[in-house]
Ligand binder design. Structure first.
Ligand code: NAD
Length: 461
């Protein structure tokens, strides 16, 4: 037994020595060994018995003491291995239940509290997260995501019946009419106020399914299961839901906090490199606004990050989710701290609008906006040169965004006044101060904004 344990563990519970076996009636032993292997912690529960007889002669003598503990409540997965050791007089059965470390971050708003779980494989928790009293389950998704990963939802829900509702996807379909179509399908399928929506897709599905849940019969529950990096680190957390109008993005919507957010980094392996990189810019953003540690990973380990090394991906997703959960907890409705999440969004939104939401992914536009805001902070003296250079380098490490040679800085600046985040004509900029800290400024001289925008465009030409 000792040699078995020593293969895997630095720390073992050692069985008592049995000097004279005829003096031992029965002794049941429990060993709980927590082993740190890489980032996975493994809980092993060992149960064994020492018997005063030579069980080696009769290995079926479990009647002397049933040692099979079985899976216990709280075990996160039944990754069982039974190892039978047999010697002349010791019989030991070893159960190993592997428990992955789950990073769970709590979002607390005045009316709600919920978990954002970050763990590889955590889609398997979905069934456990659906309250017993819930009625019909409606999984809103797109066909591509369902083909790739739907099986995981089916496996988690097991025998529980559910309806998969398919949305065509795409920014141009993130419209009220699609919400209505989904709502009509739900009514036809017998939905009522106890029904629950599961959003399974990228940020577009998350926004639309969340909005559907917010307004269906004046509000039903939703669980977010985001499948893109951008949705995992940003869109799925914080309760912002909505749809686009012809006149602009996300102009109708509601705050509707989910029951839980299940963030499974394993789902990201199938993302296209471009979609993955678009999400990475949001991760870089999280580091710049609030975490020198996260920024350090993104700045120093771009190869691991781009290669989607599983441990690195899990780490950067968890760190970003922690930051978003903290910020939303401090300021649910974006009247204060939550505005720091808009770093890079002021000019990023202008660029998205200027390119009619067709040329760039959201994260790419944010990458441009972060560059412009960094040049602005540098020129205004809010951000020291070494920090500004490090920020520009980190954004650059995640590849080029599509060319912007046809874009004029004047046009982007002219759009700032009509941005949704512009309040009473005041354009707010989130500017970096140091890595991990920002400041919000308004009333900035137009010439400085124009110059910074021009520099960012020139860098990307
Ligand atoms: P998206 O939802 O369009 O997803 C991108 C593409 O990837 C889609 O084609 C999708 O089907 C596909 N996809 C999704 N998961 C996949 C997977 N695991 N493997 C392979 N392909 C997969 O885009 P997005 O970037 O996730 O989200 C953008 C939307 O998020 C925008 O509408 C934006 O307004 C919104 N958003 C919302 C918030 C918020 O707080 N609510 C924050 C940021 C962005």
């Amino acid at each position: 037994m000792r040699s078995f344990l020593n293969k895997d563990a630095d720390c073992v519970a050692v069985a008592e020595t049995v000097a004279r076996r005829d003096r031992v009636g029965f002794m049941e032993l429990y060993f709980i060994v927590v082993i740190q292997r890489g980032r996975d912690s493994t809980l092993r529960i060992l149960r064994g018995g020492f018997f005063p007889i030579a069980l080696g002669d009769d290995e079926n003598r479990t009647g002397l003491g049933e040692l099979d503990g079985g899976a216990k409540t709280g075990h996160t997965r039944s990754d069982y291995k039974k190892v039978r050791f047999q010697s002349r007089w010791v019989w030991i059965q070893v159960h190993m239940v592997q428990r992955k470390v789950m990073a769970t971050f709590s979002v607390r708003t005045p009316a709600h509290q919920y978990d954002c779980v970050v763990a590889r494989g955590c889609v398997a928790q979905l069934a456990d997260r659906i309250p017993d009293k819930s009625g019909n389950v409606f999984v809103v998704t797109t066909e591509d995501v369902w083909d790739l990963h739907g099986r995981k939802i089916e496996q988690s829900l097991g025998s529980r019946s559910f309806h998969a509702l398919f949305f065509p996807g795409g920014e141009e379909r993130k419209r009220m009419v699609e919400v209505e179509i989904l709502a009509e399908q739900m009514v036809e399928l017998g939905a009522d106020r106890s029904s629950i929506v599961v959003s399974f897709g990228g940020g577009i599905v998350g926004d639309l399914a969340g909005f559907l849940a917010a307004i269906f019969m004046r509000g039903i529950s939703v669980i977010q299961v985001p499948t893109t990096l951008l949705a995992q680190v940003d869109a799925a957390i914080g309760g912002k839901t909505g749809a686009n109008l012809v006149s602009g993005k996300n102009l109708i919507g509601a705050f509707h906090q989910p029951l839980a957010v299940l963030i499974d980094p394993d789902l990201l392996t199938t993302l296209t490199p471009r979609e993955y990189r678009a999400g990475l810019y949001e991760v870089v953003k999280c580091g710049i606004i609030r975490s020198p540690r996260l920024f350090g990973i993104m700045h120093n380990q771009p190869h691991q990050v781009l290669a989607r090394d599983p441990a690195t991906v899990e780490e950067i997703v968890a760190q970003s989710v922690r930051i978003k959960a903290e910020v939303v907890t401090a300021d649910e409705k974006e009247s204060g701290l939550r505005r720091i999440l808009n770093f890079g969004h002021t000019l990023g939104h202008a660029l998205e609008a200027e390119t009619r939401y067709a040329h760039l992914l959201h994260g790419e536009a944010v990458a441009f906006g972060m560059r412009a805001a960094t040049h602005l902070g540098w020129s205004l003296g809010t951000c020291p040169e070494p920090d500004a250079r490090a920020i520009l380098e980190s954004i650059g490490a995640y590849g080029k965004i599509p060319p912007l040679t046809h874009i004029r800085a004047e046009n982007l600046v002219a759009r700032l006044g009509s941005d949704k985040k512009t309040i009473q004509g005041k354009v707010h900029f989130v500017l970096p101060k140091h890595i991990g800290e920002t400041e919000i400024r308004s009333g900035i001289d137009g010439a400085a904004i124009l110059a910074a925008t021009g520099q960012a465009l020139a860098e990307l030409a």
